[in-house]
Design a protein around this ligand. Structure first.
Ligand SMILES: [Zn+2]
Ligand SMILES: [Zn+2]
Length: 366
């Protein structure tokens, strides 16, 4: 099969031939129909996380089940599926409570080193971070990382549900549990931030304030439901949020970029009882210097909170079909998120565009 892979970290993708094994156990062979280009792929492709080359990336997969392993119980050949990089065993306490992203047994889903590799290139085993390897015509994925969705959702839209949409929408509905009438600020209006904004709209937040440096993204943010937009290059976003909210600040401030100064801004724009959510992935070793001065500082007296968010605190098996349904009802925008549909051969150009920060999502379609 055709596949894109890295022969070393921080090098361009090579498009070539790879060999994929037949499914064993609870693995599912998926004909990949669409796969999104995500910032997490950039992180994994440019930094050494200990995976040995060759490495295949790509985790925003949507496709059709082509073949199932002998122990697969929940999916059938022909099902339309969305993949998610959350690896959950299904039998531990965290899984039983629905907190799939808290499962610590994810390795159970991978093959042992003594078994045939899932994918190989020139006879060499390929590293497949999170068990995905979606930048290829086919992917071999454990059943626990797949969920079937309504067949009427187009694949290039469905591909976004398992990562960017899940993370942004889940940060609002699962992590922050935003209620009708509350106020929300979203710092960073890319593929994840826009989904936070539209879920805040769906949950009837009273004010949804979008903060970004790019006018094009602020325009998109308005289309997705922002009631106010702030160009962070022209005004101080903290002061601007305070002004918009009559001096109060917001109930929920989401940082969706992954930078410490913007986390500090999120903390600075909170009203009493407000919480800052760290959604963006921070650099390795990043630390936050928090002013917890009990007399003069706002953190204790105004009962502020700060919370980390991983994959939108999502149970993707419940959330992805729900988000697909919202799309089919016309309430969740996905069409507008797909900046461009490209071929596998254009993968490097697609990532170059993503890194400039001007596109929401490029999607490879087969
Ligand atoms: Zn992703
Ligand atoms: Zn588990």
């Amino acid at each position: 099969m055709k596949a894109a892979y890295l022969s070393e970290i921080a090098s361009p993708f090579i498009v070539g031939d790879a060999v994929i094994d037949a499914p064993i156990g609870r693995e599912v062979l998926v004909d990949v129909k669409a796969v999104g280009l995500c910032h997490s792929d950039v992180h994994l492709g440019e930094n050494d996380f200990g995976f040995s080359a060759p490495i295949m990336l790509g985790h925003e997969v949507a496709g059709v089940v082509a073949e199932i392993g002998p122990d697969v119980a929940g999916l059938q050949v022909g099902d339309h599926v969305v993949a998610c990089l959350i690896t959950s065993c299904g039998h531990c306490n965290a899984c039983a409570r629905g907190y799939l992203n808290a499962c610590r047994n994810g390795r159970e889903l991978y093959r042992a080193r003594t078994e045939n590799p899932r994918v190989s290139i020139n006879g060499e085993a390929v590293s497949t971070p999170a068990g995905m390897a979606g930048f290829a015509e086919q992917a071999l994925i454990h059943e626990n990382q797949l969920v079937a969705i309504d067949k009427s959702v187009p694949f290039d839209r469905a591909a976004l549900l398992g990562c960017g949409v899940l993370t942004g929408a889940g940060a609002i509905s699962n992590s922050a549990r935003v209620r009708s009438g509350e106020t929300v600020a979203v710092i960073g209006c890319g593929g994840v931030g826009l989904n936070a904004i539209q879920m805040a709209r769906i949950t009837s937040a009273e004010r949804i304030i979008a903060v970004d440096l790019q006018p094009g993204k602020l325009e998109l943010a308005r289309d997705f439901g922002a009631t106010d937009v702030i160009h962070a290059g022209e005004v101080d976003p903290v002061a601007a949020v305070k002004e918009i909210t009559g001096g109060l600040g917001v109930d929920h401030a989401l940082e969706v970029i992954g930078l410490v100064p913007t986390v500090e801004q999120a903390l600075g724009m909170l009203t009493t009882h407000g919480t800052a959510y760290l959604v963006g992935i921070q650099r390795p070793g990043a630390t936050l210097d928090l002013n917890i001065d009990g007399v003069g500082g706002p953190f204790l007296q105004r009962e502020h909170g700060v919370r980390g968010v991983w994959m939108g605190s999502s149970n993707f098996r419940v959330d992805v079909p729900k988000l697909a349904e919202l799309y089919l009802q016309g309430r969740l925008k996905l069409d507008e998120l797909v900046s461009r549909t490209i071929s596998l051969a254009d993968i490097n150009t697609g990532f170059d565009e993503l890194k400039t920060g001007t596109v929401a999502r490029n999607v490879i379609a087969f």
